[in-house]
Design a protein around this ligand. Structure first.
Ligand code: DGJ
Length: 538
C-alpha cells in the first residue's frame, strides 16, 4: 500500500471505529468497510438501495400519493425525499416534524425505506430553502461576494450564526428521528444538496479574504495530503502560496466542507445514521477550471479536502447528469475509493442510464437512484407513468428479487460488469479460470449482427465457483473462453438455466440449449434476464 492509500485507509478506519463505538444496536443502519470494500448494513445485512428520488417540491402530504405510486411501479426499495428547513423550522426555534411522521407512516405502509435529504443552507449552491425568518435578515446571513465585488446567489460558508442555526435545526431533526424511528425506516440522511457556488469560485468578502490570506490549516499541510492533491509539499503558507492556481477552489471546498462537517457532527451526535453529501460533478476527464462548474462542492478533485474537513460525513456521492459512458464510468471509478463508499443518489433521465447500476453493484457500491420519479403535477396518466418508468422498473423488478444476495456478493467482490459503450465494442471480463466476452448486437442469430439501436446493453457476472456463474443482463450475448492452465482448450456449457431468485433460492424456468446457446452464447434481450451458467473444459 503506498503512503497516500495508507493514509486514506487510516481515515476510513478511524471514521468506522468512531461510528461503530456509538452503535450497539445490530439493526442500526451503518456503513462498514472490509478489505477496501464497503457495505451499507440495514437490519444487520448488506443492502443495496434501489432508489427513486422525489422532485424538489413533492415532499408535501398532498403530493405523496404520486410518489408512492411511482415507487411501487418501479419496484424500488427506498424513497429519497427532501426535508425542507423552511418547512421544519417556520419560526426560529419552533420545529414542525409532522412531515417526518407522515413519511414514516406511509413508507412503512409501502414497505420501503427512506433516505432523507436535508435541504438547508445549500440547495444547488443557493440558499433558497432557508426559512423566511432568515431570508428576512439578509445582512445577518449574507451571501458570498464575487471577484467583481457583487453579491452572488450562494450562501457564505463563513457565517457562524447561519452554521449554528443549521446545526441546531439538523440536530433537532436527527434527535426527533431517534425516537420516532426506532424501526430504522430511515437508512441514510443527505446533508444539504449539491453545496458549493455557481457564479464565483469562492467568497471574496473581506471576512473570507482575511481567512484566505491566513495560514492553511495544518491538517492540509501533511505531505501525504499535499501529494494526493498534486501540490508541492511545503511546511506553511497562506492558501495562495500553498495551492497556487487551485487556491480559490480548494479554499472554498475547505470552507463549505468545514461548515457542513459541523452541521453533520451536530446531527450525528444525536443520532449516528450514515450521512452523505452529494456533488454536482465537473467533467471528470479534462480537469476544467472551477469557473466552469459548481465550485466548493465535493467534486472529484477535492474529495480528500472534504474528507478531512467533514469527518462526520460518511461518504461523498456523485449526482450523474453526464451523458457519455466514458465520463460516467470515470466518475464511478473516482468516487469508489478505500475511504469513500460509492453511492449514486441521483441519475438523470435516459433509457441508457439504468446500465450504470450494474457497474455500481460490481464496484461494491451501495445504491442507485433516478431523480424525479413522480409526475410532478404534470397530470400524467398511470399508463404514461408506467411507460416513463419502465426502463428502471424492469431492472428493479429483477434486482429486488435477488437484492440481498447481490448486496452480499458485491461486498465480497464476486461481481464484475460489462457496460455497452457508444462504439458498441465487445467487452471482456476476467473471471480467473475463464474470460467472458460480452458482445452487444441486435439479437439475431449471427454473432456479427447489427449493433443495438440504443446503447443500453450490459451484463453482470457473479462468480459462484471456479466454473459456475450467474449472469444478468440485457441487449447482449455472453460467451466464454478458458484462461490460465486451460487456455486454448475446447470447452462447452455444462448447463445454462434461465430462472429467478426467490427468498435466496434459484428457481429454474428452463434449460437454455440449442439455438439459445449455440449462436455465440446465451442471448439477453430487452428485459433483464438471469441465467445460471456452468462451464466445462473438454
Ligand atoms: C440536481 C439536484 O440535486 C436536484 O435537486 C435537482 O435540482 C436536479 N439537479 C435537476 O432537476
Amino acid at each position: 500500500m503506498n503512503k497516500v492509500f495508507f493514509f486514506l485507509f487510516v481515515l476510513a478506519t478511524l471514521s468506522l471505529t468512531s461510528t461503530s463505538a456509538q452503535i450497539n444496536d445490530e439493526t442500526f443502519p451503518k456503513i462498514i468497510t472490509k478489505n477496501g470494500r464497503h457495505a451499507l448494513l440495514v437490519d444487520g445485512q448488506p443492502f443495496f438501495v434501489l432508489g427513486g428520488q422525489a422532485h424538489n417540491s413533492s415532499a408535501w402530504p398532498g403530493m405523496l400519493p404520486q410518489l408512492w405510486s411511482a415507487i411501487n411501479t418501479m419496484h424500488a426499495n427506498t424513497l429519497e425525499v427532501p426535508l425542507y428547513w423552511e418547512q421544519i423550522e417556520p419560526q426560529r426555534g419552533k420545529f414542525d416534524f409532522s412531515l417526518i411522521d407522515t413519511l414514516l407512516v406511509q413508507a412503512r405502509q409501502h414497505h420501503v425505506h427512506l433516505v432523507l435529504l436535508w435541504f438547508a443552507t445549500w440547495k444547488n449552491g443557493s440558499n433558497h430553502y432557508v426559512p423566511e425568518w432568515m431570508k428576512n435578515e439578509a445582512s445577518k446571513y449574507p451571501n458570498i461576494i464575487g471577484k467583481n465585488g457583487k453579491p452572488v446567489d450562494s450562501p457564505s460558508p463563513h457565517i457562524k450564526e447561519m452554521m449554528e442555526a443549521d446545526s441546531k435545526a439538523f440536530a433537532a431533526v436527527m434527535r426527533y428521528l431517534k425516537t420516532a424511528d426506532t424501526r430504522h425506516t430511515v437508512i441514510m440522511v443527505q446533508v444539504e444538496n449539491e453545496p458549493g457556488s455557481w457564479g464565483s469560485v469562492r467568497d471574496y468578502s473581506p471576512t473570507a479574504q482575511k481567512l484566505f490570506d491566513s495560514p492553511v490549516p495544518a491538517e492540509l499541510l501533511k505531505p501525504e495530503v499535499l501529494k494526493a492533491l498534486n501540490t508541492p509539499v511545503v511546511a506553511e503558507g497562506n492558501w495562495q502560496k500553498v495551492f497556487g492556481t487551485n487556491a480559490d477552489e480548494f479554499f472554498h471546498a475547505w470552507s463549505v466542507g468545514r461548515y457542513i462537517g459541523q452541521v453533520a457532527a451536530a446531527g450525528k451526535a444525536e443520532n449516528p445514521l450514515p450521512l452523505y453529501v452529494n456533488a454536482a460533478l465537473r467533467d471528470p476527464l479534462t480537469n476544467p477550471p472551477a469557473t466552469s462548474y459548481e465550485s466548493g462542492g465535493p467534486t472529484d478533485n477535492v474529495i480528500l479536502i472534504w474528507k478531512i474537513a467533514a469527518p462526520s460525513i460518511d461518504l461523498l456521492a456523485p449526482d450523474i447528469y453526464l451523458s457519455k459512458s466514458e465520463e460516467i464510468m470515470k466518475v464511478l471509478e473516482l468516487y469508489d475509493r478505500p475511504d469513500n463508499t460509492l453511492f449514486v443518489p441521483e441519475v438523470g433521465a435516459g433509457i441508457e442510464k439504468p446500465k450504470y447500476m450494474y457497474e455500481v453493484i460490481a464496484r461494491g457500491g451501495i445504491g442507485f437512484s433516478p431523480f424525479g420519479i413522480d409526475s410532478n403535477g404534470e397530470g400524467e396518466t398511470e399508463k404514461e407513468m408506467r411507460e416513463r418508468l419502465s426502463p428502471i422498473a424492469m431492472e428493479y423488478a429483477m434486482a429486488s428479487s435477488i437484492m440481498k444476495e447481490l448486496a452480499k456478493w458485491s461486498f465480497e467482490g464476486k461481481i464484475k460488469a460489462a457496460i455497452e459503450r457508444e462504439d458498441h465494442k465487445e467487452q471482456k471480463i476476467d473471471l480467473g479460470a475463464w474470460q467472458a466476452n460480452v458482445s452487444f448486437g441486435t439479437g439475431s442469430r449471427d454473432v456479427s449482427s447489427e449493433p443495438n439501436a440504443h446503447v443500453t446493453g450490459k451484463a453482470m457476472i457473479v462468480q459462484l465457483e471456479e466454473n459456475k456463474f450467474i449472469a444478468i443482463g440485457t441487449n447482449c450475448r455472453i460467451t466464454f473462453q478458458p484462461l490460465g492452465k486451460n487456455a486454448g482448450k475446447a470447452w462447452q456449457y455444462l448447463k445454462v438455466e434461465e430462472g429467478h431468485y426467490e427468498n435466496g433460492t434459484f428457481k429454474p424456468l428452463r434449460i437454455l440449449n440449442g439455438d439459445e446457446t449455440d449462436w455465440g452464447g446465451p442471448r439477453f434481450g430487452k428485459t433483464p434476464t438471469l441465467v445460471n451458467i456452468s462451464l466445462v473444459v473438454r
